[in-house]
Ligand binder design. Structure first.
Ligand code: SF4
Length: 127
């Protein structure tokens, strides 16, 4: 039989930064105190049960003035899939030109999100 444990998590949804005091039993939240609104409770439950993060990285690009293209996910991805996503994109090489918002990788890892360019990169004229 596991005993009760207490945790504190700061809500980062808005600048107020409420500190949630959680009581947990067997890994489940049994009580939450200290939050000012329901958005905070939703954040805390998601953060403990299925945390997600916005995902940013770079991929290689050929024919542009710089060798890397900054990219991001169209939606947050599960926190525990971030490294898998980095590895999945490690071998991606795109050709310039690229426009911001262009899909660079369609639904990598089957996560239901795409990876898009976050800036334009023109093709460099060959001399
Ligand atoms: S609980 Fe509500 S008021 Fe408090 S930080 Fe989160 S979003 Fe802001």
């Amino acid at each position: 039989m596991k005993k009760k444990e207490a945790r504190v998590i700061t809500c980062i949804i808005c600048p107020v930064g409420c500190r949630a005091r959680l009581t947990m039993k067997n890994g489940k939240i049994t009580e939450i105190e200290g939050l000012e609104c329901p958005r905070g409770e939703e954040y805390v439950r998601r953060e403990l049960e299925a945390p997600v993060r916005d995902f940013f990285t770079t991929v290689r690009i050929k024919g542009a003035v710089i060798p890397v293209l900054p990219v991001r996910s169209t939606q947050p991805i599960p926190k525990d899939k971030i490294m898998d996503c980095v590895l999945e994109l490690a071998n991606v090489v795109v050709d310039a030109p690229v426009q911001a918002g262009e899909i660079i990788a369609k639904n990598p890892l089957g996560l239901g999100v795409d990876i898009v360019a976050t800036r334009d990169l023109d093709r460099v004229k060959e001399r």
